[in-house]
Each structure stands twice: as structure tokens, then as C-alpha cells.
Design a binder for this molecule. Structure first.
Ligand SMILES: Nc1ncnc2c1ncn2[C@@H]1O[C@H](COP(=O)(O)OP(=O)(O)O)[C@@H](O)[C@H]1O
Ligand SMILES: [Mg+2]
Length: 227
């Protein structure tokens, strides 16, 4: 029998998140593993805890209870600075509203995460803009770009430090369906051609079906975990 070992990049164990303001239990005992090289959708309705879960998986936020392991390492005891360094090198984020810096060009936006880890490399940034099909827009400001182009810049920025994993929160939520489809194709391409692990958080079941594995979340609990 052929036994293929799949490495886990991020694992969370029995995660709870209680927002003190409003006493909301956003996550109630969530456990999951993200495997190297997979495409995964976390699917659930609005308010089900998807963004909260993504922020915790990506170490942008800490759980109220439970453990997050990044490549086997328990990150709960790390300082904010140490966590920020691990995050910058391992994870690239893509958000619904792009979050580009409005007064920086496309190229400068892509360079930002590099500056954070002290490795400024203009050539590599140009290369990344090429991968997302925007080499001709390097010197444009975000306001001079369409929504789809802005999201491409955000994806290039997510790739800046060559992370193993891309976490995308409703990456097509602010785009028309044709442009959204192009963004999904680009994310799938990054998986296929560049070996990136891609996790998409969404309320859109059509989008979720494009990923190999789907985890369903509702009221802060995983109700169905595929494969
Ligand atoms: N910073 C916060 N403070 C208080 N409650 C929050 C905060 N962020 C999210 N929530 C609440 O937690 C629940 C889950 O939110 P969220 O993770 O954003 O869900 P989703 O991304 O699936 O729409 C919701 O009830 C939301 O109102
Ligand atoms: Mg959300």
C-alpha cells in the first residue's frame, strides 16, 4: 500500500474565541489541520466565525483558549514580535477590501512585507507583479487600478516573502463574478504552478467548490469537514 505523508503547516486544537465586548462566542472548540500543498475552503454563513478563525490561523489574533501550531511549533508562548516574524515569513494574506496603501504604487505596495523583514528586492517585486499579470501597472497608484487589478496587487504583496501558505478572506467578495473568477484562477494557479497552500474563507458555496477540500463552519463550530 502506498502511504503518502502529508505535512501539516498550520494546526489548531480546540480553539475558542470569546469577544469580551458583547460577550460573543465567535469560535467554540474548533480543531483543524491545513496540509501542505492543498487548496481548502472554509465555508459558512455571515457571522459564523470565518474571519475570526482565519485571523487566529494566521496569527493575526490569539485565541481565548486552545492551541495554534505553525509547522509543529506552539505559538501561544511567543511574544507579539516573534509571532509577527513567523507570520511574515510563513503566511500571505488576501482580504476582501484589498487594504492597499493608497499613496504607494503597486510596486511599493508589493515591497512592503519585504521591508518588514529587511529584504528589499525590487526585481523580485517586479517578478511577482508579472506572475499576477500586472507588470505594466507597476507604477500605478491603487486608485488608478480596477478592483480586480487591486486584488492582484494584494496577491502579489501576499507572495512577497515567499510564504508557503496564502490565507484569503472573501477574496472575490468585492468583485463582479467575471473578475472574481479570474482571481480564483490565479489563486488555483499559485497552488498548481508555485506549490502554494491556498485557504479561502467564504460564504459562497460555488467558490468553495473550486477548492479540493471544504470545511463547513456554523455558529463557531465545524459542522462538516471534508477529506
Ligand atoms: N472584534 C469583535 N468584537 C466583538 N464581536 C465580534 C468581533 N469580531 C467579530 N465579532 C462577532 O463574532 C462573530 C463571528 O464574526 P466573524 O468571524 O467576523 O464571522 P464571519 O467572518 O463568518 O462573518 C459575529 O457574531 C461577530 O459579530
Ligand atoms: Mg468575515
Amino acid at each position: 500500500m502506498l502511504f503518502i505523508m502529508t505535512k501539516t503547516i498550520i494546526e489548531c486544537k480546540n480553539i475558542w474565541k470569546i469577544y469580551k465586548e458583547g460577550r460573543v462566542q465567535a469560535l467554540c472548540g474548533v480543531s483543524l489541520k491545513i496540509r501542505k500543498g492543498e487548496t481548502l475552503a472554509i465555508l459558512g454563513p455571515s457571522g459564523s466565525g470565518k474571519s475570526t478563525l482565519m485571523h487566529i490561523l494566521g496569527c493575526l489574533d490569539r485565541p481565548s483558549k486552545g492551541k495554534v501550531l505553525i509547522k509543529g511549533r506552539d505559538v501561544s508562548k511567543l511574544s507579539d514580535d516573534e509571532l509577527a516574524k513567523i507570520r511574515a515569513k510563513t503566511i500571505g494574506f488576501v482580504f476582501q477590501f484589498f487594504y492597499l496603501v493608497p499613496y504607494l504604487t503597486a510596486l511599493e505596495n508589493v515591497m512592503l512585507p519585504m521591508i518588514f523583514v529587511g529584504e528589499k528586492n525590487t526585481e523580485k517585486c517586479k517578478e511577482l507583479l508579472k506572475i499576477v499579470g500586472l507588470e505594466k501597472r507597476a507604477n500605478h497608484l491603487p486608485m488608478q487600478l480596477s478592483g480586480g487589478e487591486r486584488q492582484r496587487v494584494a496577491i502579489a504583496r501576499a507572495l512577497a516573502n515567499n510564504p508557503e501558505i496564502i490565507l484569503a478572506d472573501e477574496p472575490t467578495g468585492n468583485l463582479d463574478s467575471k473578475t472574481g473568477e479570474e482571481i480564483i484562477k490565479l489563486l488555483l494557479d499559485l497552488n498548481k504552478k508555485h506549490g502554494k497552500t491556498v485557504v479561502v474563507v467564504t460564504h459562497d458555496s460555488q467558490l468553495a467548490k473550486r477548492m479540493k477540500r471544504i470545511i463547513h463552519i456554523k455558529d463557531g463550530k465545524i459542522i462538516k469537514a471534508g477529506g
